[in-house]
Design a protein around this ligand. Structure first.
Ligand SMILES: [Zn+2]
Length: 141
C-alpha cells in the first residue's frame, strides 16, 4: 500500500475530500472495537467452557485440542445478538483498515460522527439506519 502520510493524519481519518467535518480518531475507535471483540470472544469462550465441563485434568495435548476446537465451537455458545455484534465489529475493523469506515454502506454518504461515537460498528448513516433511504445507492459520478 503506497500511501503518503500527511503529518497530521496519524490515526485520524478525515473526509477532507468532500469538505465535510466527519473526523474520527480511528486509532481510538480501533482500540475500542478490539477491546469489545476481546470481551465478546472471552464471553464465548467462557460460555463454551461451561457447556462442556468434561475433562477435568487438562493435559497439555488436550488443552491444545480444545484451543483448536474453540475457534469453531466457541461462537455457538453465545447468543445470536452477541454473534451478530461480533460480526459487525469484524466488519468495522475491515472498514477501518480500508479507509471506508466513515462511509455509509447504503448511500455512500458520510456517517455522522456522533453516530459513530455512539455505535462504533455501524455501517450506515442515520437516515439509512432509520430506513429513510432504502432505495439503494443514488447515482454518483
Ligand atoms: Zn446512508
Amino acid at each position: 500500500m503506497a500511501r503518503r502520510a500527511a503529518p497530521h493524519a496519524a490515526g485520524v481519518l478525515t473526509s477532507f475530500l468532500r469538505g465535510t467535518d466527519v473526523e474520527v480518531d480511528t486509532k481510538a475507535v480501533r482500540e475500542r472495537l478490539l477491546r469489545r471483540r476481546e470481551e465478546l470472544r472471552q464471553r464465548a469462550s467462557d460460555a463454551s467452557a461451561d457447556l462442556r465441563h468434561e475433562a477435568d485434568p487438562l493435559s497439555a495435548d488436550f488443552a491444545e485440542q480444545v484451543t483448536q476446537r474453540e475457534s469453531d465451537d466457541v461462537l455457538g455458545a453465545i447468543s445470536h445478538s452477541a454473534q451478530a455484534e461480533l460480526q459487525q465489529i469484524e466488519a468495522a475493523l475491515r472498514r477501518l483498515a480500508s479507509g471506508r469506515y466513515t462511509s455509509c454502506a447504503v448511500c455512500g454518504e458520510d456517517i455522522e460522527s456522533e453516530r459513530l461515537a455512539a455505535v462504533p460498528y455501524t455501517d450506515r448513516c442515520r437516515s439509512c439506519a432509520e430506513g429513510g433511504r432504502t432505495g439503494g445507492r443514488p447515482a454518483r459520478p
